[in-house]
Design a binder for this molecule. Structure first.
Ligand code: NAI
Length: 397
C-alpha cells in the first residue's frame, strides 16, 4: 500500500507523475463518449493493439471494446509504481480500461514490454493462441524514441529534425510559456535511417508476419497504422522531416502488409489523423504552437476532436458499418479532414504571423493545450479530489 497526494511534476514535455484516479476518469470519459455513439455494426471482434496504453492506441482499444464489443489484447511499454513513485499514465489507463472492460463482460488482457523485440512477439503470440479467437484487427500505434533491431541487436534512436536544410520557425516553449524561434540543423543520413528504423514500417511488418505464420489472423483481418501530414508550415519538421521519412516507410509497409492480408480478403492501410496533444506530439518542435492555435480555431467552429472522437469516426465512417475506405491518390485514408478544411487552415494562418508571448492566451488556446497535456497524466479531471491521498500501487489484473 502506498497512499499519497499526487500532483503534476512537469519536466519539459513530460510529466513525471500520474494520477491513478484521474487516469481512470480520463479512460471512463472516453468510454462514455464511445457509448454515446451508435454501436459499430459489423465491427471488429478480436483486436490486437500495439501501443495500447495512451493516445491513439488507447482510443482504438476503447472504440473497439465499447463501440463494437470486441475482445482486446494490448501491448505497451509502461512503468508500474515502485519506491513511492507513481506508475506511468499508460499503466493507470490500462488498469482502468481492463477493469471497465471486464465489468462489461469483455475479454481484455495485456503484455507490458518492448514490442520491438522478438521475445515480446513470441510471448504475445503464445498468449493469443491460448486466450483469444483469431485476430480480425491489428492496430499499430507505437510511438517510441528508440528501437533495438531484433536481428542485429543494434539500437537506433529517432530524431525530430528537418531533412536537407536547416529550418527556423516560430515555436512555443510550453514550459516557460514563451513564443520563441527554434532553429534546427538538418538530420544526417544516419539519423534519418535510424528514425526510419524506429518509426517506419519494418516492425509492423514483423508483427504481421509473425501473427500470420502462427495462424492467428482471421479471414478479413484488417490492419491500420497512423500518420500525420498537417499544414505546410509544419512540413519541414514533420511531413518532410526525419519523422516524415519514417512515415513514408510506413506507407510502403502498408502496401506490403496489404498484399499479405488480401489473400484472406483483409486489408492494411494508413490513416492520417488530426494533430492532438499526446506524449508523442508534445515532444515535436513547432507542433505545440500550431496545435494551440488550431484548437482555438476548431473549438470556435465546434469542430474540436481528440483521439477518441477521431478513432470512433474512423471506425464508424470508414472501416465498419458497411462503409468503404475513402483513399486519397497516395492510398491514404484521412480523418484529418476537419483540421485541413480550408476555412480552418486560413484562420490558423492568419493568426500564425501575429502570435507572440504577449498575445498567446488571446490568439491561441494554449490553456486548452495545457489542460489537454495535464489530462494525459490524469490531472484536471472533473470529479477527482486531488487533495486526498490515493493508492498509487495499482495492479493490472
Ligand atoms: P503516445 O505516446 O500517446 O502512445 C505511444 C504508445 O506506444 C504507448 O502505448 C506506449 O506505451 C507505446 N510504446 C512506446 N514504445 C514502445 C515499445 N518499445 N514497446 C511497446 N509499446 C511501446 O503516441 P500517439 O501520439 O498516440 O502516437 C501513436 C501513433 O499516432 C504514431 O504513429 C503517431 O505518429 C501517430 N499520430 C499522432 C498524432 C498526434 O498528434 N499525436 C497525429 C497523427 C498521427
Amino acid at each position: 500500500m502506498a497512499q499519497q497526494i499526487v500532483s503534476p511534476r512537469v519536466r519539459g514535455f513530460v510529466c513525471i507523475t500520474a494520477h491513478p484516479e484521474g487516469c481512470a476518469a480520463h479512460v471512463r470519459e472516453q468510454i462514455a463518449y464511445v457509448k454515446s455513439r451508435p454501436q459499430i455494426k459489423n465491427g471488429p471482434k478480436n483486436v490486437l493493439v500495439l501501443g495500447a496504453s495512451t493516445g491513439y492506441g488507447l482510443a482504438s482499444r476503447i472504440a473497439a471494446a465499447f463501440g463494437a464489443g470486441a475482445n482486446t489484447f494490448g501491448v505497451y511499454f509502461e512503468r508500474p509504481s515502485a519506491n513511492g513513485k507513481t506508475a506511468t499514465a499508460g499503466w493507470y489507463n490500462t488498469a482502468a480500461f481492463e477493469a471497465e472492460a471486464r465489468k462489461a463482460g469483455l475479454y481484455a488482457a495485456s503484455a507490458n514490454g518492448d514490442a520491438f523485440s522478438t521475445e515480446m512477439k513470441n510471448q504475445v503470440i503464445e498468449r493469443l493462441k491460448k486466450e483469444m479467437p483469431k485476430i480480425d484487427l491489428v492496430v499499430y500505434s507505437l510511438a517510441a524514441p528508440r528501437r533495438t533491431d531484433p536481428k542485429t541487436g543494434e539500437t537506433f534512436k529517432s530524431v525530430l529534425k528537418p531533412v536537407g536544410a536547416a529550418y527556423s520557425s516560430k515555436n512555443l516553449d510550453t514550459d516557460r510559456k514563451v513564443v520563441n524561434e527554434v532553429s534546427l540543423e538538418p538530420a544526417t543520413e544516419a539519423e534519418i535511417a535510424a528514425t526510419v528504423k524506429v518509426m517506419g514500417g519494418e516492425d509492423w511488418e514483423l508483427w504481421i508476419s509473425a501473427l500470420d505464420e502462427a495462424g492467428l489472423l482471421a479471414e478479413g483481418c484488417q490492419s491500420v497504422a497512423y500518420s500525420y501530414i498537417g499544414p505546410s508550415v509544419t512540413w519541414p519538421i514533420y511531413k518532410e522531416g526525419s519523422i516524415g521519412q519514417a512515415k513514408k516507410d510506413l506507407y510502403r509497409a502498408a502496401k506490403a502488409i496489404d498484399s499479405i492480408l488480401k489473400i484472406r480478403r483483409g486489408r492494411a492501410f494508413v490513416s492520417v489523423n488530426k494533430a492532438v496533444v499526446t506524449q508523442a506530439s508534445s515532444a515535436i518542435p513547432v507542433v505545440p504552437l500550431y496545435i494551440s492555435i488550431l484548437f482555438k480555431v476548431m473549438k470556435a467552429k465546434g469542430l474540436h476532436e481528440d483521439c477518441i472522437e477521431q478513432i470512433q469516426r474512423l471506425f464508424e465512417t470508414q472501416m465498419y458499418n458497411g462503409n468503404f475506405l475513402n483513399f486519397d491518390e497516395a492510398g491514404l485514408v484521412h480523418i484529418d479532414d476537419l483540421e485541413m478544411r480550408d476555412d480552418v487552415q486560413k484562420e490558423v494562418f492568419e493568426i500564425w504571423p501575429k502570435i507572440c508571448t504577449e498575445n498567446l492566451a488571446e490568439l491561441s488556446d494554449f490553456a486548452g493545450y495545457q489542460s489537454g497535456f495535464l489530462k494525459l497524466f490524469g490531472f484536471g479531471l472533473a470529479g477527482v479530489d486531488y487533495s486526498t491521498p490515493v493508492e498509487v500501487e495499482v495492479p493490472i489484473a
